[in-house]
Ligand binder design. Structure first.
Ligand SMILES: O=C(O)CCC(=O)C(=O)O
Length: 311
């Protein structure tokens, strides 16, 4: 596929709505903010792979049946809702946050139950996703057991600082593909993922520099995202506006919908923005890591995700 066939941008003034991350307002000038390029999944595989390599991501529109995703959203949020997360008398599929949210510990305990549940396992291993990942990776795909699910309340200070994923997966192959799945609609004001345009090349360079500096570290320390050469938590930065300036690049944003599947390279720098939803909805998503089954697997990811696993 030629580049021009997919390098278009939606003509939407919404693409430039001011957003914030950790309370810092992103510069919405067209030189600092743009729109992610959507892709239809039913294209020849070779074209999809080429586009992924070129952009560092693929935003596969309508990959899943939206009703199935919304039903799963309802299932998750009704489980978390019993700990007081959801406004009484409202449909958990909509996910309106309760004005008096219950104890965080109770909600998080229920979240850990969800990520260990058969319902979540079957959501993550549904046949069309497995078949697609096998084809995309060119052989049998492996999904890491450590699967993360995130909920973000509107108005909370929770956001994901800028990073690339390999920092957390240095104990195995670098040929990882992350699948990020919005569980329900996540319009940009609800704090979805944003990607630093062209940053998969920056990630490769950063990783080379890290490898040089880390030569003196023990093998254990070298793969630890919290080692002395990393910033706290392995983040590249918590200051998204500054990063766009520093790398002279743009944050690419999108209105994600139930049914979308996002794939990104382990070198692609991404983050999330704050959930500023005026309708008071909870942002819910999962992120999964794939690789081919024959390559080296980071053993630290062979357990269920826990909030305190320090990975
Ligand atoms: O959902 C988020 O806020 C972060 C997800 C993420 O960092 C990832 O999918 O790699």
């Amino acid at each position: 596929m030629s580049k021009s066939a997919y390098m278009h941008e939606p003509e939407s003034s919404e693409a430039f709505t001011p957003l914030q991350a950790g309370g810092r307002v992103l510069d919405c000038a067209p030189t600092r903010m743009g729109a992610l390029v959507p892709t239809l999944p039913k294209q020849p595989l070779g074209d999809l792979i080429e586009q992924y390599k070129d952009q560092g991501y693929l935003w596969l529109k309508g990959f899943f049946d939206p009703e199935m995703v919304l039903a799963f959203r309802g299932r998750v949020l009704s489980h978390l809702g019993s700990a007081g997360l959801i406004a009484a008398g409202t449909d958990p599929r909509i996910g309106i946050c309760s004005p008096q949210v219950g104890g965080k510990a109770d909600i998080d305990r229920r979240l850990m139950e969800i990520v260990r549940s058969a319902a979540f396992e079957s959501f993550c291993t549904q046949p069309e996703l497995v078949a697609f990942m096998d084809a995309f990776l060119g052989g049998l795909s492996y999904i890491h057991k450590r699967k993360i699910m995130r909920y973000t309340r509107p108005g909370s200070s929770t956001f994901t600082p800028a990073h690339y994923d390999l920092v957390y997966l240095r104990g195995g192959t670098h040929r990882i593909v992350t699948a990020w799945i919005p569980i329900g609609d996540i319009p940009r004001r609800m704090g979805g993922l944003v990607y630093l345009e062209g940053s998969h090349a920056i990630g490769v360079k950063m990783e080379q520099e890290f490898a040089e500096r880390a030569a003196e570290l023990s093998p254990q320390e070298r793969i630890n995202a919290f080692n002395k050469h990393m910033t706290e938590g392995g983040w590249v930065s918590k200051d998204l506006p500054d990063m766009a300036q520093r790398f002279d690049s743009r944050w690419l944003v999108a209105d994600f919908e139930a049914g979308d599947l996002m794939l990104h390279s382990p070198y692609m720098i991404h983050a999330s923005t704050d959930n500023q939803d005026v309708e008071n909805r909870i942002r819910l998503s999962t992120d999964l890591r794939y690789q081919d089954v024959q390559s080296e697997i980071d053993a630290r990811w062979s357990n269920h995700w826990s909030l305190d696993d320090m990975l």
